[in-house]
Design a protein around this ligand. Structure first.
Ligand SMILES: [Zn+2]
Length: 261
């Protein structure tokens, strides 16, 4: 994707993160209807699901890639953990779309590495270039996320981001996975990434955040002021736990206060 420094890309994850709302579960027809509406709305990217998670998810992503993915329509994206099986399934699911993206991720915070992944920082430094490279061999448009970025050691985060971009990542996503950060803190994190990652100009900086403290939209607006150019959001802010940043609030804030941003 060409990088226009003035343009904010809207990445909708209603069908992936939104579906993780407590009690929410969508069937294939419902997912397809939502994807059509998102395309009509003009979102830049639709994250359609997590293809490796279940055959149902694979089928939904594949169908959306087939039917909603258009040359002049949104990019169809699937989520994949940083492992070959996940990435391969994701590629197969999104492959019918003319514009397709693989979004792969790994945790970078010590707390996630130790308790969730049982991996060391050294493991991560090896896995990231290997898996981004592998994804890049399948698709050009690669997004890489540092899960739990807002609680990661910044120096380690910079190193991982640099490796991911060198291996071919075109979008770097910085998630506030646990909905923990505050606006000025998150803005500073984005500014510091811009300052300290030598090849950051080769990628679009994206943000993802949760609303546990009611700050997701405020955090994103501060991130935009500090150089973030893709916003991951959902319709009505639905999503895991307290939800995501809401698409309509973000779009309206950026529109109404255009001159400020
Ligand atoms: Zn999330």
């Amino acid at each position: 994707m060409s990088k226009d420094p003035g343009r904010i890309l809207i990445f909708d994850t209603t069908l992936r993160d939104g579906e993780q709302s407590p009690g929410a579960s969508l069937n294939l027809e419902e997912k397809l209807a939502i994807a059509h509406q998102l395309a009509r709305l003009g979102v830049d990217v639709i994250e359609a699901g997590f293809p490796f998670a279940s055959p149902g998810d694979f089928k939904a992503v594949n169908k959306i890639a087939n039917v909603v993915g258009k040359e002049n329509g949104p990019i169809i994206c699937g989520l994949a953990r940083a492992s070959k099986g996940d990435i391969k399934a994701c590629y197969e699911a999104v492959s019918p779309a003319p514009k397709k993206r693989i979004h792969t991720f790994i945790a970078t915070s010590d707390i996630h590495l130790k308790h969730k992944l049982k991996k060391s920082r050294k493991d991560v430094l090896q896995i990231v270039p290997e898996m981004v490279n592998y994804a890049k061999s399948l698709v050009d448009d690669i997004e890489f996320s540092c899960e739990d970025a807002s609680r990661s050691d910044p120096e380690f985060l910079y190193e991982v981001i640099q490796l991911a971009i060198t291996a071919g990542a075109t979008t770097i996503n910085i998630p506030d996975t646990v909905g923990f950060t505050t606006p000025s803190e998150f803005g500073n994190l984005i500014a510091d990434i811009n300052k300290n990652v030598p090849n950051i100009d080769e990628a679009v900086i994206s943000v993802h955040g949760h609303n546990d403290l009611g700050l997701a939209v405020a955090n994103f607006l501060e991130a935009v002021k500090n150089g973030a150019r893709q916003l991951e959001c959902t319709i009505n802010g639905i999503g895991e736990r307290a939800g995501n940043a809401s698409l309509e609030e973000l779009v309206m804030a950026l529109h109404v206060r255009k001159s400020f941003f």
